[in-house]
Design a protein around this ligand. Sequence first.
Ligand code: NAP
Ligand code: MG
Length: 482
Amino acid sequence: MINAINYIGGQRRMPQSEQVVENRNPANADEIVGKLAVSVESDADLAVQAAYAAFPSWRSAAGPFRGEVLLKAALILERRADELAELLTREMGKTLVEAKAEVLRGAAILKYYSAEGLRANGEQIPPSDGKSLLYTKRTPLGVVALITPWNFPIAIPLWKMAPALIYGNTIVLKPATNAGLTASLLFEVLHEAGFPAGVVNLVLGSGSALGNALIDHPFVQGVSFTGSNGVGRQIAQRASLRGIKYQLEMGGKNAVIVMEDADLEKAADSVISGAMKSSGQKCTATSKVIIVGSIKEQFIQLLMDRISAIRVGNGLEAATYYGPLATSDQQQTVLNHIQQGIAQGARLLCGGDIPKDQQNTKGYYVEPTLFDQVTAEMSLAQDEIFGPVLAVMEAETLDEAITLANKTKYGLSAAVYTRNLEAAMIFVERIEAGMVKVNGETAGVEYQAPFGGLKQSSSHSREQGRAAMEFFTNTQTISISY
Ligand code: NAP
Ligand code: MG
């Protein structure tokens, strides 16, 4: 039985290929969570055609009408949150608590944007002749392709979709294949909410098979992508060859600086939570902690105490702190990073392997892993690991710590823990990160505020909040003389 198929033009639709992928539970690879029928280029074309056909009436629908459908989707998502969360956990492994919070975050995002159809979408500008009417207006792009990763399979599609739709675009979503069942269930919700046929479309299948078909399609006017830097760069090249808009949210190497005067207990809580929750598979996960001054031994002890209390296991079990890595490839990549760290001379303080009690299970687990004696050139300080691995670094001064934090090609999120206002403000001034926290976790974003990274973490556009309007609309300048 096939559990997930495309959704095109308002109905579920078998793809034009016979190929099927089985998604297995990363907590137990023997369990098949469901099967996806995967698509070929001609399916992507059908989805774009459907979105294109739906665009004229969706763009001219009144804002409150579009908002009403978004709001309905939010309420259905809330009603079905347990069902969606359970599937999400079984498909990609994060804990049920985090999965449920993600689904409810998705509903909140839809609610936030549902009102956006009634807010100002332009400005009036004084004309040079003193009497004509000169104003700007935001207009939708048209058909937009959304390409998303597996780590937030509900929230990321929705934080792209909700603004795209409320501003009058129609969309084709290409989710990560290994979160395709969750995406398909999300589309049941969107169907039930009553989006007109063709406004929202789903194509399932690998990015290498479908990505170019979407980006190169003459009816596609924009592409919004979240995922790895390598794929993001390819998308940018292709999109710019066609001269269409693109938006990329990519990797991070997120640092926390801990000052001597900080509330160390609180700082340790949030460093561990930022590094380990979701098995470290967040783009904003804490990946290196830079300890300033004489508190190193004390702070490492606080981290170790917390790590020893972490229970790694199946995300469906209530006691689990974090679950498996999403795939066996992901598990292997993380274990390789750990070996490389050891080989380069970092000191392994704890973890580093598959947990003892999981070595005979078929789950893709990795122990909470802590290194110290990590220096700036080591891969532990440079590469995005996307696993439960934390590197401890040392600095004499705040100045040195900020320099170490910034020594990476990424610039997504960063935090400082201090009670000293001056230190906090110097950090805010100098840190090269799009998301800056003082006494807060590097992970965790507010959907009503702009989100995105500096340097190679993004294409320098912003998602979420009202900032999403920048990407999902064009500006027209209108002059009316009378
Ligand atoms: P990925 O391999 O880049 O995949 C992301 C999406 O792109 C998937 O839907 C994938 O499809 C698709 N894709 C793959 N090759 C493609 C191609 N040639 N053309 C078009 N699309 C293609 O990333 P991932 O491994 O799923 O996710 C982890 C990465 O995402 C990490 O680097 C993480 O930092 C980043 N991330 C960033 C943010 C942020 O907001 N900054 C948030 C979450 C994650 P298939 O996988 O189905 O082939
Ligand atoms: Mg990938």
